[in-house]
Design a protein around this ligand. Structure first.
Ligand code: DX5
Ligand code: ZN
Length: 218
């Protein structure tokens, strides 16, 4: 089954607790939390205090996507706030190997993410150390952008690397995911779909989540 991780970036920030309940009731597997620092990306969202506050409202898996420079500085803070999975960017400043090992040391699941303009070879030093790859299919920073089809071969590349190396990494796709582009990603080897605007615009996202979960089996 494909794992569905709605991006809370498209939720109503004035009622995040209720929005978490909304995605959970709709059948979402994880909640994708987009953390932006205004440096790595030209936007600022939220950090550990907000995540800690919403943690009390839900038991859903917190899938944090850190679009921040030098992420190793903040791994303990995000772990203390209640994140279950933490993904950092291969393009971020600082020691990314150190960030990954800090995530692992806290008992959380580490992931590595790659921007659309970055060559897939930039991932390779990190693949043996992580459990998930997050392929960005828009330029990070904002929801509601159009899917960049040129990023799809990165999904197949990582899936091929897994087969060659006997690893079973999760491959997640983030940006511009809708029913059509989501299917393209799963066909290319992704098993996790992150989606913000295409899900949150629906009055009832349940049927769409149920349909996406079946991708890869039909
Ligand atoms: C963008 C974020 C995404 C974003 C996706 O920087 O990483 O998670 O919320 O939004 P949509 O699905 O609207 O492209
Ligand atoms: Zn994201």
């Amino acid at each position: 089954m494909t794992i569905i991780s709605p991006s809370m970036l498209s939720a109503d920030f004035s009622k995040l607790g209720e929005e978490l309940k909304r995605i959970t009731d709709a059948g979402a597997d994880w909640a994708h939390l987009d953390v932006m620092d205004g440096m790595f990306v030209p936007n600022i969202t939220f950090g550990p205090p907000v995540i800690k506050a919403i943690r009390r409202h839900s038991d859903i898996v917190f899938d944090a996507h850190l679009m921040i420079q030098d992420p190793a500085r903040y791994i303990d803070a995000f772990a203390d706030a209640g994140c279950d999975r933490i993904t950092v960017h291969c393009e971020a400043e600082g020691d990314i190997h150190d960030a990954i090992s800090k995530i692992r040391a806290r008992g959380l699941v580490p992931g590595i993410s790659i921007n659309p303009e970055t060559d897939v070879s930039m991932l390779e030093p990190y693949l043996p150390e992580v459990d998930m790859v997050l392929v960005m299919t828009v330029h990070p920073g904002f929801g509601g952008q159009s899917f960049i089809h040129e990023c799809v071969p990165k999904i197949s590349h990582v899936r091929a690397w897994c087969e060659e190396n006997g690893r079973d990494l999760d491959i997640s796709v983030d940006g511009g995911v809708n029913p059509e582009t989501g299917r393209i990603c799963v066909d290319a080897g992704a098993n996790i779909l992150v989606a913000g605007s295409s899900l949150f615009k629906l009055p009832d996202m349940g049927p769409t989540i149920a349909e996406w979960k079946g991708y890869g089996r039909n």
